[in-house]
Design a protein around this ligand. Structure first.
Ligand code: SAH
Ligand code: SF4
Ligand code: F3S
Length: 470
């Protein structure tokens, strides 16, 4: 059952989708085209699929370039300053198209516009932007577009400070036919001191298990082979739901759904990652054994300053436990280099942790101060050039580790989901193991979408070359 407000929001979206469709049919003889560009994390990609679902239901087709589009939409990310700078550059480049075609509708939504200073900036210096809506106002997009197209309003902004609701049932235009994103929760309550997400995505809200399970069943029936459950901290799934359920409980119910598919999830927070969760992963073949567990730093002082609520001993204990219970498990992680006040010795503790854990992949970032976060107020004496040097050092260590991990796979056979033909090598297929390692192997296109046993023959720095086992 929907809450009253989310029910009304869904009904409102449905109503304005139909109204906008009517206006578009009156105006356009040819199919109107939308150019949609999404930045940021998988959560944003998933929101973009809903926005595209609504656009498609309103009668839009999609074009890969902004030139000649009838509508341009940017779904934005605020995680680091360089992300914002790049996005503002992309938005700025649209002005020329708007000048050539005053009927072009320009929309900016997502995490960046949840920040007041960004909305002010867009209004002041990017006057050609017509519609601005925040992460809590996705379902209001059809209404905003209707008002714009019907000429009722010219400049429209809908950025809500917060929401307690989840609007179910919006149409989804999925970007892949085999792999699907499935958000199980929204928002984040953790307030890591460097992070803007809780400020732009609001408080944590979990979807009801019955809605999630119904979506999984539908995806499996539609032929999806890999489902990635999304949330900023999936391990705290279920807070506030009645009857009580936790993430492990949800995973068990999903893994028991019949069908040929596998399940990934991200992101796990080391504080809330439990032995119960690791035991659950061990118990079901459908649950993938590549676990993304962002550690951020190998220094306990820095972890505390980040407000992460765990130390390196806790992290290493989880990794050890997982390795005992889940044969072949691999870990991936996120690292921030140059948190305010980080010393050379503290950075070296991170290198040490990386050598101990041997991650299969690292997403590495130089600290970026975000307005409104605690870390942005902290003393930050280390120059950027030194931090970039540290990052280069870290990447060198990591490159060798990955090569070693891949080399150890040689001679073993892995179940790979064949995803596509290689763009550069005809006759070669690419796919991923359940640890999320990229494999390349000779095969025919009819194998795409199937789980195939592939024997590892050779390691490169980015993938493992293999051969199909009959
Ligand atoms: N919820 C997830 C990740 C969200 S953001 C988690 O808790 O792990 C993805 C990654 O961006 C983070 O893990 C962190 O490594 C990085 N990040 C977030 N804020 C940052 C900042 N201000 N500067 C640099 N990196 C940042
Ligand atoms: Fe940001 Fe921390 Fe929440 Fe992840 S857990 S989204 S890093 S505040
Ligand atoms: Fe960026 Fe928002 Fe995701 S800030 S990383 S798009 S939650």
């Amino acid at each position: 059952m929907d809450t009253e407000l989310s029910y009304l929001q869904r009904k409102g979206a449905e109503y304005f989708i139909q109204e906008t469709k009517r206006v578009i049919e009156q105006r356009h003889t040819a199919l109107p085209m939308a150019y949609v560009h999404s930045f940021g994390c998988q959560q944003n990609q998933s929101d973009t699929e809903k926005i595209m679902g609504m656009l498609s239901a309103m009668g839009y087709g999609f074009t890969p370039t902004a030139e000649n589009a009838d509508l341009v939409l940017f779904n934005t990310c605020a995680i680091r300053e360089n992300a914002e700078t790049k996005i503002l550059g992309n938005i700025g480049a649209i002005k020329q198209y708007k000048m050539a075609n005053p009927n072009l509708v320009v929309c900016v939504c997502g995490c960046m516009v949840q920040q007041k200073h960004i909305v002010e900036k867009l209004q002041k210096s990017y006057g050609f932007v017509d519609i601005i809506f925040g992460t809590h106002a996705l379902a209001s997009f059809p209404e905003l577009l209707y008002q714009k197209l019907a000429g009722l309003e010219t400049k429209l902004v809908n950025v809500l400070d917060k929401t307690d609701d989840i609007v179910e049932g919006l149409p989804v235009h999925r970007q892949d036919a085999l792999k699907a994103w499935l958000p199980i929760m929204y928002g984040c309550d953790n307030f890591c001191t460097y992070c803007v997400v809780p400020h732009v995505r609001g408080r944590e809200r979990s979807r009801r298990p019955e809605d999630i399970l119904a979506e999984v069943r539908q995806l499996v029936a539609d032929g999806y082979r890999e489902i990635t459950l999304l949330g900023q901290n999936v391990n705290s799934y279920g807070k506030g739901l009645s009857p009580a359920i936790n993430f492990s409980g949800l995973l068990r119910q999903i893994a028991e759904i019949p069908g040929e598919f596998r399940v990934r999830f991200m992101t796990s927070h080391p504080r809330d990652c439990t032995h119960e969760l690791l035991d659950t992963i061990a118990a079901y073949d459908k649950l993938c054994i590549g676990i993304h567990l962002p550690v951020q730093s190998g220094s306990d002082r820095i972890l505390q300053a980040m407000n992460r609520h765990y130390d390196t001993a806790h992290y290493l204990e989880l990794v050890d436990y997982a390795r005992k219970k889940i044969p072949g498990v691999m870990f991936t992680s996120d690292i921030i280099v140059g948190f305010p006040g980080e010393t050379r010795a503290e950075f070296e503790s991170t290198l040490e942790l990386i050598r101990k854990v041997r991650f299969e992949k690292l997403f590495t970032f130089i600290f970026s101060p975000r307005p409104g976060t605690k870390a942005a107020e902290m003393e930050d004496p280390v120059p950027y050039s030194v931090k970039s040097g540290w990052l280069r050092e870290l990447l060198e260590v990591q490159t060798d580790i990955v090569y070693d991990l891949y080399a150890q796979m040689i001679g073993h056979t892995f179940v790979v989901l064949a995803e596509a033909e290689s763009k550069s090598k005809p006759g070669v297929l690419i796919g991923r193991t359940n640890t999320n390692v990229l494999m390349e192997f000779e095969g025919t296109k009819d194998l795409i979408g199937h789980f195939i046993p592939v024997k590892a023959l050779k390691a490169t720095k980015t993938a493992v070359i293999g051969q199909i086992i009959e």
